[in-house]
Design a protein around this ligand. Structure first.
Ligand code: CTP
Length: 446
């Protein structure tokens, strides 16, 4: 029996795929089709397949051409598959010509002529792109513009800010200082205005029927957050809290690992986020345009706390050093969250520097994430005996922003919530900021 194997993504199955599978099948007696998993595809820079892995598998199965379907999950898997399954022929389309010659050592390699005039990319491109407008002028908006280029089906088209920008990425876009004008031209907005404007900016976009991705904190009071999420639901629109760390694969995996009990019961969480260069401030040196430490850093620092311990802490205590109290600018803030079974401490600063680590202590072992933990591709599970320590690496593309945009676009398309930051967490984050602004349980240091 001659065994043939072929690999592909098979997104939005088209006749080019079917012709390839027919010819692959005709090369032998038994056809194995390897379908690339979503994660594996991301690492190849192809992102936002329109269909999930399960849908793509179902489509290939429905052709009736595959005798066996497997999932391709890692680099180097092809050699393992070929050896393990005793494959005689490896085949793919001629667009890959030469790329798999190294497999000749293990089996025959055949490149089949690619069908002209059709590809998944073209099928996807026929769909209308989601137009996103940017609202505000925080410096990191250029990162968003660049990351959106990696995501199929979306384009950043315009920006609304109080003044035009010198940054090339922003200059290439349509510019207006009139929010209504921007809203007329887009399907969705990414809001990076100053936090005290978020509520108003979100409300206006939702009223205009536009989906919203907003930097955290999404509002200034708990009441406002629940009102906004309810309003979005009533209007059938997506509202997502933009904390990019939630979309870092390493971070998401470590949270899962903690929840599975790998380090035992969690007793403490220590998260530190600081920046002296002020990556979140805008071009103007004007203090009134800057984000304070609480708004700029605390949402990311609170994310692991609320995801692991939940949002119902018994008490919270702030220790703050102000840089300019009248403007509510904190140079440094430490918050202790007291839970029935553990303590969490976050330290955030725009006017002080410390090691930006994350340490999660458990009754069996602890997780250590080196600085800068909020955009990490790596973490360690550490034990009493260092010989038992385990290291975990995951590719991180675009600091998580790329996957955040994918989740936003998919949520809009499917009408389902795809956010990795749940509503109760958005609300808890805003609640802490509300308490800070009210100086509740706050000890000021000189
Ligand atoms: N294929 C083909 N003819 C086409 C398109 C694809 O023979 N017109 C083959 C590819 O060479 C590959 C298999 O079908 O062996 C799966 O291809 P895949 O990369 O999933 O599809 P594409 O349409 O090439 O996807 P994209 O546009 O995203 O690159």
């Amino acid at each position: 029996m001659i065994k043939v194997i072929t690999y592909g993504t098979y997104d939005m199955l088209h006749y080019g795929h079917i012709r390839l599978l027919e010819r692959a099948k005709a090369l032998g007696d038994y056809l194995i089709v390897g379908i690339t998993s979503d994660d594996y595809d991301k690492s190849r820079g192809k992102i936002n397949n329109q269909q999930s892995l399960m849908e793509r598998i179902a489509a290939v199965r429905a052709t009736g051409l595959a005798d066996e379907i497997i999932i391709e999950e890692y680099e180097g898997q092809k050699i393992d598959d070929i050896r393990r399954m005793n494959v005689d022929i490896f085949t793919v389309g001629s667009d890959w010509k030469g790329r798999f010659d190294y497999l000749n050592e293990f089996c025959r390699v055949v490149y089949l002529p690619r069908t002209k005039g059709i590809s998944s990319s073209e099928v996807r491109a026929e769909k209308r792109k989601l137009k996103i407008g940017l609202v505000g002028s925080a410096a990191f908006r250029t990162k968003f513009i660049n990351e959106a280029k990696f995501v199929n089906g979306v384009e950043v088209t315009g920006v609304c800010a109080s003044s035009p920008s010198n940054e090339q990425e922003v200059k290439d876009l349509f510019y207006t200082d009139d929010y209504d004008e921007l809203l007329e031209q887009v399907d969705a907005v990414y809001i990076i205005s100053k936090p005290e404007k978020h509520y108003e900016d979100i409300k206006k976009a939702l009223s205009a029927g536009k989906h919203v991705l907003c930097e955290s904190p999404v509002a200034y009071t708990r009441k406002q957050v629940s009102e906004l999420f309810q309003y979005a639901k009533d209007k059938g629109l997506i509202l997502m809290d933009a904390i990019k760390t939630a979309y870092s694969t390493a971070y998401a995996r470590l949270i899962l690992m903690v929840k599975s009990g790998k380090i035992g019961n969690v007793v403490s969480i220590d998260a530190v986020c600081t920046s002296l260069s002020d990556g979140i401030a805008i071009e103007e040196a004007d203090l009134s345009q800057k984000w304070n430490s609480m708004c700029g850093w605390a949402p990311a620092a609170m994310l692991p706390v609320f995801q692991i311990f939940g949002t119902t802490y018994k008490e919270q205590l702030f220790y703050t050093k102000f840089q300019n109290k009248a403007e509510n600018m904190d140079a440094f803030t430490k918050i202790d969250f007291i839970y029935p079974s553990g303590i969490a401490t976050i330290k955030v600063a725009k006017g002080a520097k410390a090691e930006g680590e994350l340490v999660i202590a458990g009754t069996k072992s602890y997780i250590y994430v080196p600085a800068p933990w909020w955009k990490t591709d790596y973490f360690e599970v550490r034990y009493e005996n260092p010989a038992d320590n385990k290291r975990f690496f995951y590719q991180l593309d675009g600091e998580g922003i790329r996957y955040e945009i994918v989740a936003f676009a998919k949520a809009i398309e499917s009408g389902k919530v795809m956010s990795y930051v749940s509503e109760d967490i958005s609300e808890a984050i805003v609640g802490v900021i509300e308490d800070f602004n009210a100086r509740k349980n706050l000890i000021e240091i000189e």
